[in-house]
Design a binder for this molecule. Structure first.
Ligand SMILES: [Zn+2]
Length: 183
C-alpha cells in the first residue's frame, strides 16, 4: 500500500512539474509576440511584410501574374538598424534616398519597394491602374518603386474604371475557334 501511494505521489509531482514548465513556455511566447508588435510574414522572394499587407500583396501579385506582369519586391520590412544603415548611406551620398529611422513605413512592414523601372513601363502602368483595388498606393513623389499598404485611406475605383479613372472595357469572350490539332 505505501508503495502504491509513493508511485502516485511521484506521478502527481511529474504532472505538476510538466504543466508548470508548459505554462512557462507559453508565457515566453506571448511576451515575444507582444514585444514584436507586428506579425510579419515572409514573401516568396524572402522579404518580410506585415501579415495584412502580405496577404493583400499576394492577391495583387497573383492577379498581376495572370495578366503577364511579375511583381518583384526588393525591400519590405526593415528593422530600425537596417533603416539606420540606409539612412546613414543616404546622408553620406552613398545610397538612394532613405527616411530617418522611425519615419519609414518599411519599419512597420507596410511599405514595399518593387522593381518597376520608371513610370513608362508596363509594370508601373499595371500598378498605377490596379494597386488601389488591393489597398496599395504611392506615397513618395520621387520614388515610383515605393508603394504602401494603406487600405483605409486608399480609394477603390468607381465601377467600370481603373485606379487612374480610366474606363475599363468589358472584356468580351473571343469567338470559339475550331482547333483540329489540340495540344
Ligand atoms: Zn521604399
Amino acid at each position: 500500500m505505501p508503495l502504491a501511494f509513493l508511485r502516485w505521489s511521484v506521478l502527481l509531482l511529474l504532472c505538476l512539474v510538466a504543466s508548470s514548465a508548459l505554462a512557462g513556455e507559453a508565457k515566453v511566447r506571448r511576451t515575444k509576440a507582444k514585444a514584436k508588435g507586428t506579425k510579419l510574414v515572409r514573401l516568396k522572394g524572402g522579404e518580410l511584410l506585415h501579415h495584412a499587407a502580405a496577404a493583400a500583396f499576394q492577391r495583387m501579385s497573383t492577379e498581376a501574374r495572370a495578366e503577364g506582369v511579375s511583381l518583384r519586391v526588393t525591400s519590405g520590412y526593415r528593422s530600425r538598424r537596417e533603416q539606420r544603415w540606409l539612412y546613414d548611406r543616404y546622408r553620406k551620398g552613398l545610397g538612394p534616398k532613405a527616411a530617418r529611422p522611425g519615419r519609414s513605413n518599411h519599419q512597420r512592414g507596410l511599405a514595399l519597394d518593387l522593381v518597376v523601372g520608371d513610370v513608362t513601363t508596363p509594370t508601373y502602368d499595371w500598378l498605377a491602374s490596379n494597386a488601389c483595388r488591393f489597398g496599395f498606393r504611392r506615397t513618395v513623389q520621387s520614388e515610383p518603386w515605393h508603394w504602401e499598404y494603406r487600405p483605409r485611406t486608399t480609394r477603390a475605383p468607381e465601377a467600370g474604371q481603373d485606379c487612374l479613372g480610366r474606363d475599363v472595357g468589358v472584356e468580351t469572350a473571343p469567338e470559339p475557334v475550331a482547333n483540329k490539332d489540340a495540344s
